[in-house]
Design a protein around this ligand. Structure first.
Ligand SMILES: NC(=O)c1ccc[n+]([C@@H]2O[C@H](COP(=O)([O-])OP(=O)(O)OC[C@H]3O[C@@H](n4cnc5c(N)ncnc54)[C@H](OP(=O)(O)O)[C@@H]3O)[C@@H](O)[C@H]2O)c1
Length: 299
């Protein structure tokens, strides 16, 4: 990264992490329904933001959000089902005064109109914002009811985009039917170098229907890192400006033409620097993507 930073002529020293990150803009993709651009790498807040109660636990996350914004990051994905995540994001974003620089996404994850409305109002309160950028129906739970409410909130100017999410293959069929039946700005689905089922129907359908695509579980939680443990990056990874395994896995995802952004879980500044590096430089082309698939399938 040091070398890459210097050759780009603009290395940015981040003393808190003792690491170097490349400066300069992140690669952006357009949300089809409006043409608004988003950087291709965001932050997911499941797990590491879920049980944060003390200042000692919050402090590293404050630094993560500060550096993320400094490096040009925008998208933060949360959910009312992620324990303390919405509270932590809301409090830290408000403290850091960076709300306007961010694109905050959350979800609605319950059954029934009244329960949905109550959960949504709680998200506005915890996230400390009068307007949420994206709210998606989590794991297509009571989709029709919740989408109706989200559409009302959108009309009222309180939500900018609406969508649906899943991370379960057994839901894909219903997910595809919903994509065909509803007008959605976004879908969110699991996709990773070793979990490519979404590219069979869901990703082409999203492109066809003009829906932005946010990718969850881009590392399959720790699965991909475990698969390559002890291995060096192949030398041809340099052909698409890839300096780490995290960048290898993320550049594979965001080089799919239907994908708008990926939201890896990250609670460490060194992960922010590493993962945002996947939004810089060259991305793999179609032939290189096949080579990456053969590589991982051959492990
Ligand atoms: N149905 C849904 O709507 C749904 C379902 C699942 C996830 N999601 C969303 O997708 C996001 C991502 O999923 P996830 O966080 O569960 O899994 P993930 O992004 O696949 O993996 C995250 C883990 O990878 C490791 N990691 C991240 N950056 C790294 C780096 N540069 N180098 C080495 N290790 C690195 C970290 O492990 P350690 O922290 O252990 O070091 C981190 O916790 C979630 O946070 C959530 O926002 C949505």
């Amino acid at each position: 990264m040091l070398k890459a930073g210097i050759t780009a002529g603009a290395a940015l020293f981040l003393p808190s992490a003792g690491l170097f990150a490349q400066a300069g803009p992140l690669i952006q993709r357009k949300i089809p329904s409006t043409g608004e651009s988003l950087p291709i790498i965001g932050i997911g807040t499941a797990r590491r933001y879920e049980a944060v109660t003390t200042e000692a636990e919050r402090a590293p996350l404050r630094e993560v959000l500060r550096q993320f914004k400094e490096l040009g990051g925008k998208v933060i994905d949360s959910s009312p089902t992620y324990g303390t995540a919405e509270t932590v994001v809301g409090d830290l974003v408000s403290e850091l005064k960076i709300r306007d620089a961010l694109f905050i996404a959350t979800k609605v994850s319950t059954s029934g109109r009244e329960a949905g409305l109550a959960q949504l109002e709680r998200s506005f309160k915890l996230l400390r914002t009068p307007k949420i950028d994206l709210i998606a129906v989590h794991n297509i739970r009571d989709t029709r009811t919740q989408l109706r409410t989200l559409s009302e909130l959108k009309q009222a100017g309180r939500v900018r985009y609406v969508g649906i999410t899943t991370s379960f293959e057994k839901q894909y069929q219903e997910f595809e039917q919903t994509m065909k039946a509803e007008t959605l700005d976004f879908i969110q689905v699991d996709y990773a170098l070793d979990n490519r089922k979404a590219d069979q129907k869901i990703l082409p359908l999203a492109a066809d229907r003009g829906m932005a695509v946010m990718i969850n579980l881009p590392f399959g939680r720790g699965r991909l890192f475990n698969a390559v443990q002890g291995q060096k990056l192949p030398p041809w990874a340099g052909e698409f400006d890839c300096a780490s395994w995290a960048q290898f896995f993320l550049k594979y995802i965001v080089s799919h033409p239907a994908i708008t952004c990926a939201v890896p879980g990250m609670a460490k500044v060194e992960y922010v620097i590493d993962n945002l590096g996947a939004a810089r430089g060259r991305l793999p082309d179609a032939a290189m993507r096949r080579r990456m698939e053969s590589f991982i399938d051959g492990l």
